[in-house]
Design a protein around this ligand. Structure first.
Ligand SMILES: [Zn+2]
Length: 464
């Protein structure tokens, strides 16, 4: 029974009540809700324990989760208040050891795969089903923050711990995956979807080690990478909780972002060829100024991208003028063009328009444009059914939601190639990320993990 006079002894009283399923069965739903309203006050409204289906949602432990995030921030801690825990560094290795301990405490059956990903398995009631994967990464950029990847990784472990403590066995096997080296090019997740090439293993990572050396350093075996690859259909679904890394949710005071997909990123190097000549003796009407053409081009990129409705973005982020002297007309410019959107066809349409503008500029400035494709990341849409489950889970908790694209890359984009995927965003204060100033409120982190748990359980019951 609820002891209404004893609330103060149990700050996380709702969790204890939620675990008491026998109790629920002894009361009808109306009485149960009323009892909770009395016991939990406003909290009961925020986390109604009786849902439309009549079942009791499990409750993650927000204080424990936030405590784990704080503890992990010690590994690679920098003076500015964030972490420098780049993949394959000593800090990364120690942070991973700490997280492996949390996975074991959550009674996950842990292993490090040949690529160095940490995987914690949980047995299922139906052995014929493929596993549901959920997780994120714990490596950081140099001088990074304490939340990027960490919230989703430790949130996933908290969900597993909650399932264990409540004796819940899911229909699907579960796998908590902590992907290695997300920040250095999605190395762990690309090993799983088979995209990581042998050649890439010899690239030098930010730690100073090659990726091959790094994988060995964290307990993987680069010679056996092929064993890590999973086939399409061998994963039932993938879920990832992550900080937004932008400022939309905070600005609009929305609790949860339901990610529509990870945008495609196309990147070109553009070379503009003019003619370098004397800046003093060449008349203004007789110049082939590549930098002037570049200026017009940059303006045109911006104009084309904003001329269409939608959330596409286009950037010229790097420019080099040659020969680069105050008294020489620039004869050659190399600049970057980057376009992002959820729809690859839209990126292509924007690109064609920009090419058209470049042709015009070339003619009127007597220069040539050459576009060289450097990198194409195709958009990775999330699964509409999973988006609906995330949205529903959030709304059942009284949280507000917004459908939104992810402008940043995530492990989820690789997993989306293997299985239906979903992503949950929580607000990043000030939209700051990849910085020691990165911050997400403890309550938002708790909300995110609770939505992750809710969506996972719904996904487990659904037949995708
Ligand atoms: Zn991340």
């Amino acid at each position: 029974m609820i002891d209404r006079n004893n609330n103060k002894l149990f700050p996380n009283r709702l969790a204890k009540i939620a675990a008491n399923r026998v109790f629920e069965a002894s009361m009808n739903r109306r009485e149960f809700s009323l009892g909770l309203l009395a016991a939990g006050g406003g909290l009961a409204l925020r986390y109604p324990l009786a849902t439309a289906s009549g079942s009791v949602p499990l409750q993650i432990n927000g204080a424990r989760l936030n405590g784990h995030i704080k503890a992990l921030a010690e590994f690679g801690k920098n003076p500015q208040g964030g972490v420098s825990r780049v993949a394959y560094s000593e800090a990364d290795r120690q942070g991973r050891a700490y997280v492996l301990g949390l996975m074991r405490a959550a009674k996950l059956d842990v292993a490090i795969d040949a690529a160095g990903n940490m995987i914690g398995r949980r047995a299922a009631s139906d052995h014929s089903l493929e596993p549901i994967l959920f997780g994120s990464h714990i490596d950081s950029v140099p001088e990074g923050g304490n939340y990027d990847g960490v919230v989703g990784s430790l949130g996933a472990i908290e969900v597993a711990q909650t399932l264990f403590e409540n004796n819940v066995t899911t229909r699907h096997p579960l796998e908590v995956v902590i992907f290695q080296n997300e920040e250095g090019g999605l190395i762990g997740s690309r090993a799983i979807d088979g995209q990581l090439t042998e050649k890439e293993l010899d690239l030098v990572s930010r730690s100073g080690k090659t990726i091959r050396e790094g994988i060995r350093f964290i307990g993987g075996d680069p010679a056996k990478l092929s064993t890590v690859k999973r086939e399409k259909g061998s994963v039932a679904a993938y879920l990832e909780l992550h900080i937004e890394q932008g400022g939309v949710l905070e600005r609009e005071k929305v609790d949860i972002g339901v990610v529509e997909g990870i945008v495609g990123i196309n990147w070109w190097d553009v070379t503009i060829q003019g003619f370098a000549n004397h800046a003093g003796t060449t008349a203004m009407n007789n110049r082939q100024d590549a930098l002037l053409a570049a200026a017009k081009f940059i303006e045109a990129v911006n104009r084309v991208v904003i001329s269409m409705p939608g959330r596409q973005v286009g950037t010229v982020g790097r420019i080099q003028a040659l020969p680069g002297a105050p008294n020489v007309i620039p004869g050659k410019v190399i600049l970057s063009l980057e376009l992002r959107d959820l729809d690859a066809a839209k990126i292509d349409m924007l690109y064609q328009k920009i090419r058209g503008e470049a042709d015009q500029i070339a003619k009127s400035n007597r220069v040539t444009f050459d576009f060289k494709e450097i990198n194409v990341n195709i958009p990775a849409p999330t699964d509409a059914r999973i988006r609906a489950l995330i949205d529903q889970s959030a709304k059942e908790l009284g949280l507000t939601t917004k459908q939104m694209p992810s402008g940043a890359g995530h492990d989820a984009q690789d997993m989306a190639r293997l299985a239906p995927a979903g992503m949950i965003f929580i607000p990043s204060i000030g939209g700051i990320s990849h910085s020691p100033k990165e911050f997400s409120r403890p309550k938002d982190i708790e909300n995110g993990a609770q939505v992750l748990l809710g969506a996972l359980l719904k996904l487990d019951r659904a037949n995708l």
